[in-house]
Design a protein around this ligand. Structure first.
Ligand SMILES: NC(=O)c1ccc[n+]([C@@H]2O[C@H](COP(=O)([O-])OP(=O)(O)OC[C@H]3O[C@@H](n4cnc5c(N)ncnc54)[C@H](OP(=O)(O)O)[C@@H]3O)[C@@H](O)[C@H]2O)c1
Length: 164
């Protein structure tokens, strides 16, 4: 690990763009924490720190936050790539959760259609649309480029402001 190595937390880091980002930052020597529900997928990313969690549950989000706070002195970037699309409304056993607030810098990036796993539970019409997105979406390696550019800018900016 280099002295400029970062700690990057990627929810949904087991598949799609999250996985590709995890692989990119692992190759750079960063500490990469991935969160997902599938340990077998996580095992395909040796070196990543895996936290098994179902993030559809607020209690699981809190548990993951506690684990990250306890294990890592600092987190340089959180990349929220976990998603699960449902064609039909689904309410977890916990009901509807409220989002926490705090001193966090949010960066919203939409890379356009990218050919990923599109994790979800689709009705037939949506499944056909998703299949078309998978056929015509950009390769994952292209989809993560704007995300890497923003993450790198952000972490450079943070490092500079810490040096002042
Ligand atoms: N693909 C596109 O065309 C596109 C375009 C614009 C924006 N985006 C956004 O880009 C991000 C990544 O999308 P993607 O297409 O790369 O994703 P993806 O291939 O569908 O993968 C989804 C990821 O979310 C995780 N996940 C799903 N439900 C979860 C849960 N309940 N708890 C924890 N983890 C869960 C999955 O992990 P497990 O299987 O391990 O649970 C998997 O790693 C998402 O925010 C998406 O909305 C995608």
């Amino acid at each position: 690990m280099t002295s400029t190595a970062k700690t990057i937390v990627i929810s949904g880091g087991t598949d799609g763009m999250g996985r590709a980002l995890a692989s990119t930052y692992l190759d750079r020597g960063d500490t990469v924490v991935i969160i997902g529900r599938d340990a077998a997928k996580a095992a395909t990313l040796p070196g990543a720190h895996f936290i098994l969690a179902d993030l559809s549950l607020a209690s699981e989000n809190r548990r993951v936050l506690e684990e990250i706070n306890a294990r890592y002195p600092a987190v340089d970037a959180l990349v929220p790539c976990a998603r699960y699309f449902r064609s039909n409304r689904f309410v977890t056993a916990e009901g509807v959760a409220r989002h926490p607030t705090g001193p966090t810098c949010y960066v919203l990036i939409n890379p356009g259609p990218v050919s990923t796993s599109f994790a979800g539970d689709y009705d037939p019409a949506t499944a056909a649309h998703v299949a078309a997105l998978q056929r015509h979406g950009a390769p994952v390696g292209e989809g993560i480029k704007p995300i890497i550019a923003r993450l790198d800018n952000l972490t450079r900016h943070l490092l500079r402001s810490q040096e002042k």
